[in-house]
Write a protein that binds this ligand. Sequence first.
Ligand code: ZN
Length: 327
Amino acid sequence: MIQQLYHNPDIYQIHVDLPDNPLKYLNSYVVKGPTRHLVIDTGFNRPECQAALCGGLRELDVDLSRTDLFLTHLHGDHSGLVGLFTAAGCPVYMNEIDYTYLCDEHAGQAWQFIEDTYMKEGMPPEDIKSQFTNQARRYSPRIDFPIHAVADGDVVRLADIDFHVIHTPGHTKGICCLYLPEQEIFFTSDHILFDITPNIQVWPNMSDSLDHYLESLEKVRSLPVKLALPGHRKGSTSIVGRIDEIKEHHRRRLNEVLSIAAAQPGSTAYDIAPHMTWSMRGKKWHEFPPTQKWFAMGETLAHIEYLLHHGQLRREEQGGLFRYYPV
Ligand SMILES: [Zn+2]
């Protein structure tokens, strides 16, 4: 499914279905310029996504020999089909931090770190094992591509227009958004989503990801925006209201963790997670699919880490497990 979102520059959205995934679909954006084209993000490395993306590119008559690919961040639903583009010789633009992590993830080091962390945080081994079927793990790209590294403040000429790169660490450490100042168009990737809340996890390469994330929301809050184009679901004509809602969401979450730890001192993160509020259509914790438990655990830990860093929670290691106490 294709939709034209803007004329001059001509910006299109290809709706890439993500089967069996609560995100539902990825927005792959195509900007068609007079001499070159730009594709932003791809979908998972799986046949359903490939069919949707290739169908869209064909319908838009995108000539890959005159196309650049921009990957906003490392997640497989954004980067999975990079191989289609590198096989056609397209230059790939991406932040180096996420590229390096993707290489480590491919080698298994990043996954191993998270498995070890979750074990210490009380997650049972059977829940950890179930992650071998995680879509992010199964449908990641093959890592055999070079990149043109982009960093905060870079101005990159793509599709015959100057795009401004804004580094917004939090959702991942290297996530970068693109901005067109003249048109006030902001490609927000998974930094700002409008009808779901971006997932904030713990990372081996970034301490206190939630603190970074909240700072990155502030960083873009005053940006003039007429059209915000997110990585998933629907866009918006402004960002300020949504940023304030997301900040409030995390403030509530932090208070929730504090009150659970106060009510049950000595809880592990895995004890705390089921008592938090999750929007899983009325499902109880034990009914959560393993992938959702995994994300919920990461999200809980990101909030715990924030509270530890801000001196609002205390951690003790007991018998190989981390337990949390109010200060
Ligand atoms: Zn993401």
